[in-house]
Design a protein around this ligand. Structure first.
Ligand code: GDP
Ligand code: GDP
Length: 470
């Protein structure tokens, strides 16, 4: 029997839009990436727990002390090779800093304060976010005392911690949460238009594709600067559906110098994807699938968006020769995109462009639906009958029922005796079954495991459980 309070909140777990930004900043090798992964894994983030895939994450929604945030790893404030100072901090890292509600300034407690830390501190003081200093690599109490010297950087809060050894993580989370705004700004007002973000690394052809799609359409309704400075929104009509194309701004202006930034451009992608319903992730077939492509695709899935992989520039290569290798690369580097939808286009010649937006619409359309609780339980029952959850010690996961609590991404709550009993493998198995039965392609699906003692609902009889466990 579905819990009415859950049924009434169908969008309870939609990805946070306009969640406050928490940025990890610091020199290379101080442990930002380790801390990033720790913060995602420790507290139950919205990100599914898949082993071995965190290295390609640069940003992800996370929950810190119960508050939803977007956690961004800015990479390194690498000093300029010549001057030795971080003078050339990428413009896009500056953007992250300007947008951040909280900046976690990660330093190396073992190295102590070095001149570069002071320069970074000067930079951060000029930003708007509250700065919390994370004195990382404080692997034992001895280092905690050492971390005191970081007060010299001029920020109130210094938290000694060890990302690697899980010390002080909660202290850091509490410190971050204290600086977060109480109320999250209301999400941008939405209309009936479907929003499609064109994202990808530098030079893959984002602006060319946007121009090509806009050129195809005779009925451009308007072009307005996006709500952020980084994107231009263009309204078009595809059949009777209004579409807003979200394209990285500036880059479309001719003659503007391209910035060649790695993690920074992932941040721009993040801001675009956040505002979109579907992400078109561009791949340059000349270069093949890059790590950057994987990062952007990962980001889109983490944010709960369906992904259409768009291989661009086919006019420039011999397709028969190139295609097999490209397919292999997609398998290898983008294999995490489930049942990936792939399109092959040339923004230059217009090949394949016409079908692109209809496909994106179909991808999203497939998600917008309500699946009856009875149907979910039928599928869940079949899955369990076919493959009984393995026992963990003397106990075994038992399911009571499942129910949809969100769409786009499809989110299903599974009520069970004890979520801890469910292995990551079995969870993936269930995800796969749901994905297949409900036809979810190229999009994430989320399972929320909830424990419910059988007596918790006022002594519901066993007969009321939708699922027969063996
Ligand atoms: P980033 O360049 O700032 O992202 O740093 P990484 O997260 O890649 O970490 C750099 C190195 O520091 C790696 O070898 C980590 O294993 C190590 N490291 C990270 N956190 C800790 C820690 O808490 N203690 C110690 N001793 N080493 C750490
Ligand atoms: P962005 O940085 O992702 O917006 O990429 P641009 O749209 O500015 O394109 C980068 C470069 O790739 C430019 O020189 C484009 O002319 C070129 N380009 C884009 N699409 C295609 C294509 O379909 N075929 C070929 N041959 N070149 C393309």
């Amino acid at each position: 029997m579905p819990d009415p309070s859950i049924e009434s909140a169908p969008n309870a777990v939609r990805s946070p839009t306009h969640a406050p930004l928490v940025a990890l900043v610091g020199r290379v090798n101080v442990g930002k990436s380790t801390l990033f992964n720790r913060l995602l894994r420790e507290r139950r983030s919205l990100v599914e727990d898949r082993p071995g895939v965190t290295r390609d994450r640069v940003a992800a929604p996370a929950r810190i002390e119960g508050k939803e945030v977007l956690l961004v790893d800015t990479g390194g404030l690498d000093p300029d090779a010549e001057s030795g100072i971080p003078a050339l901090i990428a413009a896009q890292v500056r953007r992250v800093l300007a947008d951040a509600a909280v900046v976690v300034f990660v330093v190396d407690a073992r190295a102590g304060v070095i001149p570069l830390d002071r320069e970074v501190a000067d930079l951060l003081r000029r930003g708007s976010g509250t700065v919390v200093v994370a004195a990382n690599k404080s692997d034992g109490p001895r280092h905690d005392d050492q971390s005191g010297e970081f007060h010299a950087l001029g920020f109130e809060t210094v938290v000694p911690l060890s990302a690697e050894h899980r010390r002080g993580i909660t202290d850091l989370e509490v410190a971050i949460a204290r600086c977060l705004p109480e109320a999250v700004a209301p999400a941008e007002k939405r209309d009936a238009a479907l929003r499609i973000a064109i994202v990808g690394g530098p030079n893959v052809g984002k602006s060319s594709l946007a121009n090509c799609l806009i050129g195809e359409e005779q009925q451009i309704v308007s072009e307005t600067p996006g709500t952020t400075r980084d994107s231009v929104d263009t309204r078009l009509r595809v059949g009777d559906q209004e579409v807003v194309l979200i394209d990285t701004a500036g880059l479309r202006r001719p003659g503007r110098r391209k910035e060649r930034l790695e993690r920074g451009s992932a941040y721009l992608a993040l801001r675009s994807i956040e505002r979109a319903d579907v992400a078109l992730v561009l791949i340059d077939v000349i270069d093949g699938v890059t790590d950057q492509d994987a990062k952007v695709a990962r980001l889109a899935l983490d944010l709960g968006r369906p992904v259409l992989l768009v291989c661009n520039k086919w006019d420039a290569v011999d397709e028969r020769e190139r295609r097999p290798e490209l397919d292999r690369q997609i398998d290898r580097k983008l294999g995490f995109v489930p049942d990936a939808e792939i399109a092959h286009v040339s923004a230059k010649t217009g090949r394949g462009a016409e079908a692109l937006l209809p496909r994106a619409l179909a991808l999203f359309g497939g998600l917008r639906r309500r699946i009856a609780t009875a149907e979910i339980n039928r599928v869940l029952q079949e899955a369990i009958d076919r493959n009984v959850p393995p026992a963990s010690g003397r106990r075994r996961a038992r399911f009571y029922y499942g129910t949809q609590i969100g769409d786009a991404p499809l989110t299903i709550a599974l009520f069970m005796n004890d979520p801890k009993l469910l292995s990551a493998n079995y969870r993936r198995y269930l995800e796969g079954v749901f994905r297949k039965r409900f036809g979810i392609k190229s999009a994430p699906i989320r399972l929320q495991l909830r424990s419910r003692g059988r007596s918790a609902r006022g002594g519901a009889a066993e007969g009321e459980e939708a699922i027969r466990n063996r």
